[in-house]
Design a protein around this ligand. Structure first.
Ligand SMILES: [Zn+2]
Length: 141
């Protein structure tokens, strides 16, 4: 396996030759481990930097010695599923499509069997009526 780069101007080596297994090991080393944050902050933005609290809008960070009497910042409130749908896919399930009123989620299901039953029921209701000769009905006349 050979990886080439243009090194004419710099006079550097242009090829790196790997054995296939070594090349796979080099690639595998670049894959982050599961459940690890891909964004890392350094310097004053690092999670434990003593000045982080003073520069972040949410006042997060390690509490300094002089800030013991100040109230703690409000806990982060995550977005609801409906808010995420609206933000990412521009699908608004909080507003009624007919009257514009507020819609409230009263139930949700993640069971594939139940979801399939509901979708089949909706398809049956939405499907056009079969032609008269197939349904056994005769047109008047
Ligand atoms: Zn409505």
């Amino acid at each position: 396996m050979s990886v080439s780069a243009c090194g004419r101007r710099t006079g550097m080596a242009t090829d790196v030759v790997f054995e296939p297994l070594d090349f796979m090991a080099q690639l595998a080393a670049l894959v982050p481990t599961p459940l690890v944050n891909l964004t890392r902050y350094h310097g004053v933005f690092a999670p434990n930097h003593r000045l982080r609290e003073q520069i972040t809008p949410s006042r997060r960070g390690r509490r300094g010695a002089g800030t013991a009497n100040e109230p703690t910042p409000a806990a982060h409130v995550s977005m609801t599923g409906a808010q995420r749908l609206k933000r990412v896919f521009k699908i608004d399930i909080e507003t009624c499509g007919n009257c514009g009123g507020a819609v409230k989620v009263i139930a949700s299901t993640e069971d594939p069997t139940v979801i399939k039953q509901i979708l089949e029921h909706l398809e049956r209701r939405a499907a056009p009526a079969p032609p008269a000769e197939l349904s056994g009905l005769k047109e008047p006349g």
